[in-house]
Design a protein around this ligand. Structure first.
Ligand code: TYD
Ligand code: MG
Length: 433
């Protein structure tokens, strides 16, 4: 028998090298290389490709039918999905363990089972566990089938036999293809398994959701290597300390990315939160320094979020800058501009900033509320209560215009807040604090 060749594969990005390395030259991750047995390309897949050789077609002759979509009936979810799940598409549903992926997808499976047969492949939990959870969630449909199996070949056979409309594969890290020799959960297995499911779905017009776990440090056998295989990537986030969860579309071939929906984890599963602004502001402290409302945009919808800052005298010679919900770079620049333009000696102070609710904001419009929160905390004077702010801050302290200002203003107004377009430079902040 020929000697087995092994190769080291970066579990973050899939980079391959014959020699072990401490740091991946491709993505820069440390300690991410794992030895895997090099296996020949699965023969079966090649056969499918050969049997489906395509001919080039003039673009004018391609008649595109509008995408048929499966609506779950959970409105917030359907919106993030782009108006429902496109029939025959494959989506990755990623998130940390315990965030509620299996719970939400079991609810979705139950809802879609009203329209046709649904297969829930449970490769992590026993059918008893899943059935018990289904009962708690009030999911009971004759059309919902459970399959406890890890071997994708066997799963494919079950799919051929059952011919379901919709299938959930929970999770990609526990599924395997027997012809690939590395362990379940390794990059090779994860990638080939996802390609296998995609192939199966496209051939059978099966709509699939693949569950993928990620860890806090990034991803193990990461959903990153899967992102270009699947049609859409949805991320489920949430802090264990809170009951709410945020669903975001990171990539969507059939809809817009960046859409966001909020869910609340209850005794009977996940419930949509139709008005996230009210939800995020519910516990806002009144009359406290360092708290400002940000009129933000997530995807296509406006959302009001509370930004908090805490400015305290520095303990060490190098002052601390800690940011949760915004990038540390953004915070450093805002602090530098505040120091220069307003003459606040922040070099002697630690600055902590937090976007309440665990939402990650990556639009420049958050600059102004962050700056206002820092100034307010520094002077220990609250910002006017009826204010919601947005605006990018330039390096000379000017406040720049941002996208969708009218939409932000409307959302603020709906919640009885004013947006103060008269704030043109950082110096104008004194009008509010
Ligand atoms: P789960 O869906 O198993 O997470 P994942 O599949 O992402 O690993 O959710 C696990 C948590 O959700 C668990 O800590 C219990 C909680 N939970 C509820 O609070 N209410 C419920 O109705 C259910 C089913 C779970
Ligand atoms: Mg699970």
């Amino acid at each position: 028998m020929a000697k087995k060749r092994t190769v080291f594969v970066c579990q973050e990005c899939g980079y391959r090298t014959p020699k072990w390395a401490g740091r991946c030259p491709e993505c820069g991750s440390w300690g991410s290389f794992v030895e895997e047995v090099e296996s020949p390309k699965p023969k079966r897949q090649r056969r499918w490709v050969e049997s489906e050789i395509s001919e080039p077609v003039p673009i004018g002759e391609v008649t595109g039918k509008p995408q048929e979509r499966l609506r779950t009936g959970i409105e917030e979810l359907d919106r993030v999905l782009g108006g429902g799940i496109v029939k025959g598409s494959v989506s990755l549903f990623s998130g940390e363990p315990g965030v509620g992926k299996s719970t939400l997808l079991l609810q979705v499976a139950g809802l879609l089972a009203e329209k046709g047969r649904v297969l829930y492949v449970t490769a992590e939990e026993s059918p008893e566990q899943v059935a018990l959870r289904a009962r708690r969630l009030g999911v009971e449909s004759k059309n919902l089938y459970l399959l406890a199996e890890n071997n994708l070949e066997a799963i494919a056979q079950a799919v051929e036999k059952l011919n379901p409309l919709f299938a959930v594969f929970d999770s990609i890290q526990t599924l395997y293809l027997p012809e690939i020799e590395s362990a379940a959960g390794s990059v090779s297995q994860v990638r080939e398994s996802a390609a296998f499911i995609t192939n199966l779905s496209k051939r059978r017009r099966l709509t699939s959701f693949i569950v993928g776990h990620v860890t806090k440090e990034g991803s193990i056998a990461g959903p990153k290597v899967l992102e270009h295989i699947v049609d859409a990537v949805f991320q489920f986030e949430g802090d264990r300390g809170y009951n709410f969860r945020i669903l975001k579309s990171l990539k969507n071939r059939f809809g817009s990315s960046g859409e966001l929906a909020v869910f609340e984890m209850t005794e009977s599963g996940l419930k949509e939160v139709p008005n996230p602004s009210q939800f995020f502001l519910a516990e806002r402290p009144k009359g406290k320094a360092g708290s400002v409302i940000f009129a933000g945009i997530e995807g296509s919808r406006p959302i009001l979020l509370e930004v908090q800052a805490l400015v305290t005298r520095a303990i060490f010679t190098t002052p601390q800058r800690k940011a949760k919900g915004i990038s540390p770079n953004r915070l450093s620049i805002i602090v530098a501009v505040l120091e220069k333009e307003l003459g606040i000696p922040l070099r002697n102070f630690d600055v902590f900033v937090n976007v309440v609710g665990g939402v990650k904001v990556d639009e420049p419009a958050v600059d102004l509320p962050v700056a206002a929160a820092i100034v307010s905390s520094y002077f220990e004077r609250p910002v006017r209560e009826d204010v919601a702010l947005f605006g990018e801050i330039g390096l000379t302290g000017e406040v720049r215009r941002v996208k969708l200002e009218e939409v932000r203003e409307k959302e603020a107004k709906k919640n009885n807040l004013k947006t103060f377009k008269s704030i043109k430079t950082l110096k104008d902040l004194t009008k509010l604090i």
